[in-house]
Design a protein around this ligand. Structure first.
Ligand SMILES: *Cc1c(COP(=O)(O)O)cnc(C)c1O
Length: 377
């Protein structure tokens, strides 16, 4: 067995894309087809993703951010409204609330998986609450039943959750809208792109109008709404289709990497992975650990720097959005969210990608062991 005892010769990337000859061939074929913009590949992606996500409608969009934004616009979220969301997310989730003119209401997360705490969400509902935006961090579904019971429209941020199922039901057709990302690091990666899934025909119809500038088949054009130009190119849809073909194979690689980390971390005091609920299907998008500075002998930042010196790239998912500059300045009265704020200091995401071999992950683990031993002195 491979047993790395010293620094790697080459640096290990955090989450490199797993792109092969099949994706390259699909791009070449699409370019030769004459379709650069939205065309038959985007339509095929919508059909195949609807099947995969077990949702009635899927709309291909320019980004996950656009999917979240258009979902809120389609639900008539606007000035004067409040939208409840998690602070442990990529800022896009909160930014799109701001873009509609509504106010983001951040509530604290659960200690074990850092997903939105349904009890805190329930306390935050007012008569101005227009929507809830749970975020399925790392691919672990949020606890959705108590959120749906609040009787408020739900837009799921499923950017990490392409493969996730909540209590046996695939995420996609369960809420008013569920938004996925095709960004370069995501489980189904096209470079850029997004998908909005819904079983609501009215939401699908509105997003169909909102994503373009014009619609109609006559010789003249007219506009039903001022559109956002958030459609997806066929070149990117072609990449996403090949990635969808590979989703199970890539999942098997991710699962092996999760198992290697789980086994190794059981022996490293003070470094703990986020909880995964066995009742759900986890998308295995990110392997996030929390570093308890007392027990682990160093802070998250010290670990991140020491791993970088070993040639191992890591990332942070996420710093609490309400503590980022614009949100601090704009909402100075934001009450503290202690669980999220502590997590923001402790989370570290380890290298994970189907482009990595099992030995690459063993190298990351060996480096983590050395750093742990050194920092614990
Ligand atoms: C990637 C991501 C998004 C945004 O997706 P883009 O396609 O990059 O716009 C939104 N939310 C979360 C949690 C993400 O990780």
């Amino acid at each position: 067995m491979h047993e790395a005892t010293q620094r790697r010769a080459t640096p290990l990337g955090f989450q490199p894309p797993a792109i092969g000859e099949e994706e390259i061939a699909a791009v070449a074929e699409t370019l030769r087809s004459g379709w650069l913009t939205t065309g038959p590949k985007a339509a095929e992606l919508e059909r195949r993703m609807a099947e995969y996500l077990e949702a009635e409608h899927v709309l291909a969009l320019a980004s996950g951010t656009a999917a979240l934004h258009l979902a809120l616009v389609a639900l008539d979220v606007g000035p004067g409204d409040e939208v409840i969301t998690s602070p442990i997310t990529w800022p896009a989730t909160a930014n799109v609330i701001v873009h509609t003119g509504a106010t983001p209401v951040f509530v604290d997360v659960r200690e074990d998986d850092l997903n939105i705490d349904p009890a805190r969400a329930a306390e935050a509902v007012t008569e101005r609450t227009k929507a809830l935006m749970p975020v399925h961090l790392a691919g672990q579904p949020c606890d959705m039943d108590p959120l749906w019971q609040l009787g408020v429209p739900v837009v799921e941020d499923a950017a990490h959750a392409a493969e996730s199922a909540y209590r046996g039901r695939k995420l996609g057709g369960l809420s008013d809208a569920t938004c996925f990302s095709l960004y370069a690091t995501k489980n189904i990666a096209a470079g850029e792109g997004g998908l909005l899934a819904t079983n609501r025909g009215d939401v699908a119809e509105r997003v169909r109008d909102l994503r373009l500038m014009r619609r109609g088949d006559g010789s003249l054009y007219d506009i039903p709404v001022p559109g956002y130009k958030a459609n997806l190119s066929d070149v990117l849809a072609a990449i996403a289709l090949v990635q969808l073909d590979k989703v199970e194979r890539h999942r098997a690689a991710r699962l092996r990497q999760f198992e290697l980390y789980d086994e190794a971390l059981a022996e490293l005091d003070g470094i703990t992975p986020l909880a995964r609920d066995p009742r759900d299907t986890h998308a295995l998008h990110l392997y996030v650990v929390r570093i308890d500075a007392e027990e682990a002998g160093g802070t998250r930042d010290e670990y991140q720097r020491a791993l970088a010196a070993e040639g191992i790239s890591t990332s942070i998912h996420f710093l609490p959005v309400h503590r980022l500059r614009w949100y601090r300045d704009r909402f100075p009265d934001q009450p503290p969210l202690p669980v999220a704020e502590r997590a923001g200091d402790e989370v570290l995401s380890l290298p994970l990608s189907p482009a990595h071999s099992d030995d690459d992950i063993r190298d990351a683990i060996a480096a983590l062991r050395r750093v742990h031993a050194a920092l614990r002195g």
